[in-house]
Design a protein around this ligand. Structure first.
Ligand code: NAP
Length: 548
C-alpha cells in the first residue's frame, strides 16, 4: 500500500509503503510541540500526527465563547529557552483563547515545527510488533508509520463527551460540544441558547454569552464552588516585570505542589480563627486559584478544615446570589471546596440576575432527551431552543487513547486493560506496552492537578531522556516491570486515599463516564515530589522498568 503521508526529510519509505521513523508523536499541543523539538534535537526521525488542522491541542479545539487561561500566562510557558520566553508578550494575566492560540503558532514558527507535523490526520490504530520491537501506527488517511517509539501527547481532556442524550440528532437547531466549536464562530445574537453543564467550561460560556443572546437557559446538575478571577492588562511595564522573573520562575515552578508560582504557606493549626479569616480574605482577593492551591494544605486532608474553608467560599457565593432558589441550585452543600476542579469566573453568578437568563436545576428533574424543539426533562417539560451548547466535559486522561485501537504485547488492548483498571507507571508508561511513552495520562499530576505547562515539560523531558538512554544502551525497548508499576499504583492509591478528592464525584475520579473504573486520576503527592521521584528513577538506572 502506498502512503498518502508525505515522506519527511528525515523519514524513509519502506518497500511495503510504510514510513520508517524513530518516533511518532500523537498530538501537536503543548506537550507534543516540545516533545517534537526535543526528539529532533536528539537526532531522531520523528513525526507528529494531529487530527486538528493546526497546532494548539487544547487551545486549537477549545475556541468556545469565553475560553481562557486560568493559569497565569507568564507561568503557562516553556522555560527551556529564555529568548523564546522573553520574545513573547502577554496582554493580560489570564488571556483568552485567541491569544493563546497565537502564542502556540509563535512557538511552532520559532522552532520550525510544522514541517514534521501531519495535520488533519487521526491515528486510528497503533499495534506493537513484538518480533521487530516497533509500533505500526495507522491513520485515517491510509498512512502506515513504522516507528520504534510511540509517544502520546494527546492531552488529558481531548476526548469530548459529545453523545450524551437520546435524540441529539433530532434537534432542529444547532448543537455543539464546547470543544468542537466551529472556528468560524456561531451566530448567537437573537437566539434562544441552552447550555448544559456548569463546569469550568460551561461557566466561561455562560458568563460570556449571556448578554449576547435573546434568551439563555442554563441546565445545572451538580453545583460548583467558584472563585472570582482578576485579569489585569499587561502593558510594557508589567511585561518587563514578569520577564525579569524568568530565572526565578524557571527555578521555582517545577518544585511547587502544583507547578504554579505559589505554594501552601500557612499552617491551619498555627493560626488563630481571626488570622485564618484574614488569610482567606487576602488570597480570595488575589483573583486567582490561590485560595485552592496556595491556601491551607490541610483543606485536602482534614474534614474540619475543609468544612470551614468550604463555608467561607459558600458565604461569598451566597452574598452574590441572594435569591434562595439560585443558592439552592448553585451553591455546593455536600462536598468540600477544592475536591473538584475549581473554576475561576468573571461576573458569572450575577448573570443569573439578568431577565434573559433562566436557571434550570436538573438534579431532581434530569434531562430526559433532546427533542426537535429543544431539551425535554424527566417531568415532560420542554425548553425550546435554537442552539444547544454541550459543556458536558470529557473522558479525561484515558479517552484520547482508548478511542484508538492501541495494542501492546500479546495483542492486549489498552481500551480493555483500562476498561478493567486504570493503571500506569508514573503516568509515563503502561505495563504491557513497550516503547509507548505517555504524557497527561492517569497517575501523574498532569492528569489534573497542576499547571499543565510545568508538568508537560517535565514529562516530555523525562521521556526524551529515557529514549536517549535506551538508544545509548543499544537496547530496543523500555517497559515498566509489573512490580514497578504495581508499586507506583500502590503509592498513588495510598496518597490519593488520604486526600478528600477521593471522596468527590466528577471527572477527577472518572465517575462522569458511565462504566469507567473509579480511580483518582491525578497523582496527588505534588508536582515537586513527583518530579523528584521521576528523576530518582532515571538516575538509579530505571529499576522499575525493563530495558532490553
Ligand atoms: P466538567 O467539569 O466535567 O463539567 C461538565 C458539566 O456537564 C458538569 O456540570 C456536569 O454535571 C454536566 N453534565 C454532564 N452530563 C450531564 C447530564 N447528563 N445532565 C446534566 N448535566 C450534565 O467539564 P468542563 O466544564 O468541560 O471542564 C473540564 C475541565 O477542563 C475543567 O475541570 C478544567 O480542568 C478544564 N478547563 C479549564 C479551563 C481553563 O480555564 N483553563 C476552562 C475550562 C475547562 P455533573 O457535575 O452533575 O456531572
Amino acid at each position: 500500500m502506498t502512503s498518502t503521508m508525505p515522506t519527511t526529510a528525515s523519514g524513509a519509505e519502506s518497500a511495503d509503503g510504510a514510513i520508517e521513523l524513530d518516533a511518532v508523536i500523537l498530538g501537536a499541543g503543548v506537550a507534543g510541540l516540545y516533545q517534537l523539538h526535543q526528539l529532533r534535537q536528539q537526532g531522531l526521525r520523528v513525526v507528529v500526527v494531529d487530527q486538528a488542522s493546526d497546532v494548539g491541542g487544547t487551545w486549537f479545539w477549545n475556541r468556545y465563547p469565553g475560553a481562557r487561561f486560568d493559569s497565569e500566562a507568564y507561568i503557562y510557558q516553556y522555560l527551556f529557552d529564555e529568548d523564546l520566553y522573553k520574545d513573547w508578550s502577554w496582554s493580560e494575566k489570564f488571556p483568552g483563547q485567541p491569544e493563546i492560540e497565537r502564542w502556540m503558532h509563535y512557538i511552532a514558527d520559532r522552532l520550525d515545527l510544522r514541517r514534521d507535523i501531519r495535520f488533519d490526520t487521526a491515528i486510528t490504530s497503533a499495534h506493537f510488533d513484538e518480533e521487530r520491537n516497533r509500533w505500526t501506527v495507522r491513520t485515517d488517511r491510509g498512512d502506515v508509520i513504522d516507528a520504534q517509539f510511540f509517544v502520546s501527547c494527546a492531552g488529558m481532556l481531548s476526548a469530548p463527551l459529545e453523545s450524551v442524550f437520546a435524540g441529539q440528532d433530532s434537534f432542529r437547531g444547532q448543537l455543539f460540544h464546547t470543544s468542537r466549536w466551529p472556528a468560524s464562530g456561531v451566530e448567537l445574537a437573537g437566539k434562544r441558547v441552552g447550555v448544559i453543564g456548569v463546569g469550568a467550561t460551561g461557566i466561561q460560556v455562560i458568563q460570556t454569552v449571556a448578554d449576547q443572546v435573546a434568551h439563555l437557559t442554563v441546565f445545572a446538575r451538580t453545583p460548583q464552588y467558584v472563585l472570582p478571577m482578576k485579569t489585569p492588562a499587561f502593558g510594557p511595564a508589567e511585561q518587563a516585570a514578569y520577564k525579569e522573573r524568568f530565572e526565578e520562575l524557571k527555578t521555582t515552578l517545577p518544585h511547587t505542589f502544583t507547578g504554579f508560582e505559589y505554594d501552601f504557606e500557612h499552617v491551619w493549626a498555627d493560626c488563630t480563627p481571626q488570622r485564618r479569616r484574614e488569610i482567606l480574605e487576602e488570597i480570595y482577593a488575589d483573583g486567582s486559584l490561590k485560595l485552592w492551591l496556595a491556601g491551607f494544605a490541610e483543606m485536602f486532608f482534614d474534614e474540619q478544615v475543609s468544612a470551614e474553608i468550604s463555608e467561607f467560599v459558600r458565604e461569598k457565593m451566597r452574598a452574590r446570589l441572594v435569591d434562595p432558589r439560585l443558592i439552592d441550585i448553585l451553591v455546593p452543600a455536600d462536598y468540600g471546596f477544592g475536591t473538584h476542579r475549581v473554576p475561576l469566573e468573571r461576573g458569572y453568578l450575577e448573570v443569573y440576575h439578568r431577565d434573559n437568563v433562566e436557571l434550570v436545576g436538573v438534579r431532581d428533574n434530569p434531562i430526559a432527551r433532546i427533542v426537535p424543539e429543544g431539551i425535554e426533562l424527566a417531568d415532560g417539560s420542554v425548553h425550546e431552543l435554537d442552539v444547544i451548547v454541550m459543556a458536558t466535559g470529557f473522558d479525561a486522561g484515558t479517552g484520547s487513547l482508548t478511542r484508538i485501537d492501541v495494542r501492546g504485547r500479546d495483542g492486549r488492548s489498552l481500551a480493555d486493560d483500562w476498561g478493567r483498571d486504570i493503571r500506569s507507571m508514573m503516568g509515563l508508561q503502561v505495563y504491557g506496552y513497550p516503547n509507548l511513552l505517555t504524557t497527561a495520562i492517569p497517575l501523574a499530576p498532569s492528569a489534573a492537578l497542576c499547571n499543565m505547562a510545568t508538568c508537560l515539560q517535565q514529562q516530555t523531558e523525562w521521556i526524551s531522556d529515557a529514549i536517549e538512554h535506551v538508544r545509548s544502551e543499544g537496547a530496543s525497548t523500555i517497559e515498566p516491570t509489573a512490580a514497578g508499576e504495581q508499586a507506583w499504583v500502590d503509592h498513588h492509591e495510598e496518597v490519593a486515599g488520604a486526600n478528600l478528592i477521593s471522596k468527590t464525584s466528577g471527572w477527577y475520579l472518572g465517575s462522569n463516564v458511565p462504566g469507567k473504573p473509579r480511580r483518582v486520576l491525578s497523582y496527588t503527592g505534588g508536582v515537586g515530589t513527583y518530579r523528584q521521584k521521576c528523576t530518582a528513577e532515571a538516575e538509579a538506572g530505571y529499576p522499575g522498568f525493563l530495558i532490553k
